[in-house]
Structures are given as structure tokens and as C-alpha cells.
Design a protein around this ligand. Structure first.
Ligand SMILES: CC(C)(COP(=O)(O)OP(=O)(O)OC[C@H]1O[C@@H](n2cnc3c(N)ncnc32)[C@H](O)[C@@H]1OP(=O)(O)O)[C@@H](O)C(=O)NCCC(=O)NCCS
Length: 206
């Protein structure tokens, strides 16, 4: 069987897919308010306290890895992935939150979002995806706690909920250490330094 990361179908071919009357597509900036309302409905205010949210706060999701499900033009599902570091020198993606509107659950929209998300991630060259969630749900997409026992997400008490999915065989072999936001690439730090030098030392008086 062809592995997910070896499939050579062009990205545009899977950008929009019919799922029982529901369309999966890349998120647009105009979807943000509806996505946030959906997440509020699914998780409530506690979503801002989750350990994985601390890693996401103030950052943008990984490029091209924010998906929504729409039905009749409305946003009924969302999933996003975030760049992370799983221990030293092991780039990974952190998936979440995943949510489907209560009135649209149980017809495979969550599964379609997950499969598209993993497929897109593999096409973009990512090697592994981590998440915090129920193995009873995410196991069907290839997520297990088998290789995450030596990884630590700050604030996560129930380590059994830290799951990983290898998009490339053995990508999580020997994974250990803290899951954190990736350090800024060298190029960005250099640009930041140049920008700081170019900026005025203090605001001009009015
Ligand atoms: C989890 C969620 C995204 C699934 O979306 P969905 O579109 O209903 O998912 P699917 O239709 O692909 O799959 C539905 C199946 O998953 C099962 N399922 C849903 N949540 C589950 C969970 N936490 N654990 C185990 N199974 C679960 C359903 O019972 C259903 O099983 P069935 O196919 O045997 O009937 C959706 O229920 C949701 O948004 N929940 C609120 C957020 C949440 O609780 N997330 C925590 C997940 S760890």
C-alpha cells in the first residue's frame, strides 16, 4: 500500500472534498470569527487553559495547515496544526483543536478533517504529528502513546493523553524531552536585529 507521505497527488486535487454534503477546505482569514465561535461551543472557556493552548498562544498555525469543514456555507468543523519541537532538534506538528459542530457530528466530518490534516502535513514534508486527546478517538488515525512516554508537555498531568502519529516511519524513535514552540529560525532573528537597529531609539515627542 502506498504510504501517506509517498503519495504524489497534487495538493490542489485534495483541497476541496465532498464529505456527505460537507466540504473540507483550507481556512480563510474571513473564517476566523466562525471558527472561534465553534471552538467556544465545543470546548467552552476552558479551552484557553489547556496545556497545548499555552504552546499555541500568540502564534500562527503552520503554513497551509488550517482546515475547515463547511456545510451550506457555514463553518461546521475546524482543525489546525502548529509547528513545535519534540525535544531537542526534532521538529513536529501539534494538532488541535479539532472540533465539529454538535449538529453535524457522527457523520465522519471529524475523520475527514483529520485525514486531510495528516495528508496535507505529509505533503508539506512534516514527519510527525502530536496531540493531546482521547486515544479511543485518535487511535483510528494512527495516533498512539507508544512513542510519547519520554516527551513532556508542560502543564499536562495525564501523560497517557499525549499521542503521536509518525508520518515517516520511525520519526518518533527515541523522542524525549520537552514539547515547546520551535525556536525562531536564525534568519528571522537576524531580520529582527536589523529591524531593531533601523527603528528609532525612542518615540518622537509630539
Ligand atoms: C471529537 C469530534 C471532533 C468528533 O467529530 P465527528 O465529526 O463527530 O467525528 P466522526 O464522525 O469522524 O466520528 C464519530 C465517532 O467518533 C466517536 N467519538 C467521538 N468522540 C470520541 C471520543 N472522545 N472518544 C472516543 N470516541 C469518540 C463517536 O462516538 C463516533 O463513533 P461511531 O462512529 O462508532 O458512531 C467531535 O465530537 C467534537 O467536536 N467534540 C467536541 C470536542 C471534543 O470533545 N474533543 C475531544 C476529543 S479528544
Amino acid at each position: 500500500m502506498t504510504r501517506i507521505h509517498e503519495t504524489q497527488v497534487r495538493e490542489t486535487q485534495v483541497r476541496e472534498t465532498q464529505v456527505r454534503g460537507t466540504r473540507i477546505r483550507l481556512e480563510r482569514p474571513s473564517d476566523a470569527a466562525a471558527r472561534e465561535a465553534l471552538l467556544d461551543a465545543a470546548y467552552g472557556p476552558a479551552r484557553f487553559e489547556k496545556p497545548s493552548q499555552r504552546l499555541r498562544a500568540g502564534r500562527a498555525p503552520a503554513r497551509g495547515l488550517s482546515l475547515v469543514a463547511t456545510a451550506g456555507g457555514a463553518i461546521v468543523g475546524t482543525v489546525r496544526l502548529w509547528e513545535a519541537s519534540a525535544g531537542a532538534d526534532r521538529p513536529a506538528l501539534l494538532l488541535g483543536p479539532l472540533a465539529v459542530h454538535p449538529e453535524h457530528r457522527g457523520i465522519g466530518i471529524g475523520a475527514a478533517l483529520m485525514r486531510h490534516a495528516l495528508d496535507y502535513a505529509a505533503r508539506r514534508g512534516h514527519r510527525t504529528v502530536l496531540l493531546v486527546g482521547d486515544a479511543a478517538y485518535y487511535g483510528r488515525f494512527g495516533f498512539t502513546a507508544e512513542h510519547t512516554g519520554a516527551l513532556w508537555l508542560p502543564g499536562l498531568d495525564d501523560r497517557s493523553r499525549l499521542l503521536g502519529c509518525e508520518l515517516v516511519p520511525d520519526a518518533l524513535d527515541g523522542a524525549r524531552g520537552t514539547i515547546r514552540a520551535p525556536r525562531k529560525p536564525q534568519r528571522t532573528r537576524l531580520l529582527d536585529a536589523v529591524a531593531a537597529l533601523a527603528a528609532p531609539a525612542s518615540p518622537k515627542a509630539a
